[in-house]
Ligand binder design. Structure first.
Ligand code: SF4
Length: 185
């Protein structure tokens, strides 16, 4: 894919934060969704296919979370690819679009009439930097990436990637090329 998605958050900021990759519930709707291609890619690297739960779009799959092994962990569940000792993603080079985008989120708006792109204000970096010129420039970069033909096609085919509305997410763009009525909801 010609257009590449860059991450604006410095690694050291992510490694010292305890928001990403951790979840309150075993069946959290925020657990990452892998497109069919992404799922096959990680399985070809030796990951157990049983770690994926098929989604209603018939293509994508959500990862099955596991209980944290750290007694003092801020949440009870983690992504099975998350290393709690180092705070690293063990599949980082092949992590799914869902994770590459964060702190950006694809979701329906409140009345589910539109698909939107937003920034999760639970991400401390996103919340602190949102109004800066650099972050606003990055928002434009992410919009261009998501609206590229190849990425829009991936999302349309694996539409369970589009999450439910979350009031912690500040909407920054309407993805009007994605029609909610075509997603069987
Ligand atoms: S795949 Fe990697 S980045 Fe995504 S939630 Fe799991 S550990 Fe975090």
């Amino acid at each position: 894919m010609k257009n590449r998605l860059h991450q604006i958050i410095p690694n050291e900021v992510c490694f010292s934060c305890d928001v990403c990759c951790r979840f309150l519930d075993a069946d959290s709707p925020l657990a990452p969704v892998f497109t069919a291609v992404e799922r096959e890619r990680v399985i070809s690297h030796g990951v157990d296919a049983a770690l994926f739960r098929p989604q209603v779009d018939g293509k994508s799959a959500r990862i099955v979370l596991e209980a944290s092994r750290v007694a003092s962990a801020p949440t009870g569940y983690i992504c099975p690819f998350f290393d709690e000792e180092t705070s690293h993603c063990t599949i980082y080079p092949i992590r799914p679009l869902d994770c590459q985008l964060y702190p950006f989120a694809l979701m329906f708006n409140e009345d589910r009439s539109q698909v939107v792109l937003g920034v999760d204000r639970l991400c401390p970096f996103g919340e602190a930097q949102l109004e800066t010129e650099a972050f606003q420039r990055h928002i434009r970069h992410v919009i261009a990436y998501v609206e590229s033909e190849a990425v829009l096609a991936q999302i349309a085919e694996n539409w369970s990637l589009i999450g439910d509305y979350q009031d912690t997410v500040k909407i920054v763009h309407l993805l009007d090329k994605l029609e909610p009525c075509t997603f069987g909801r």
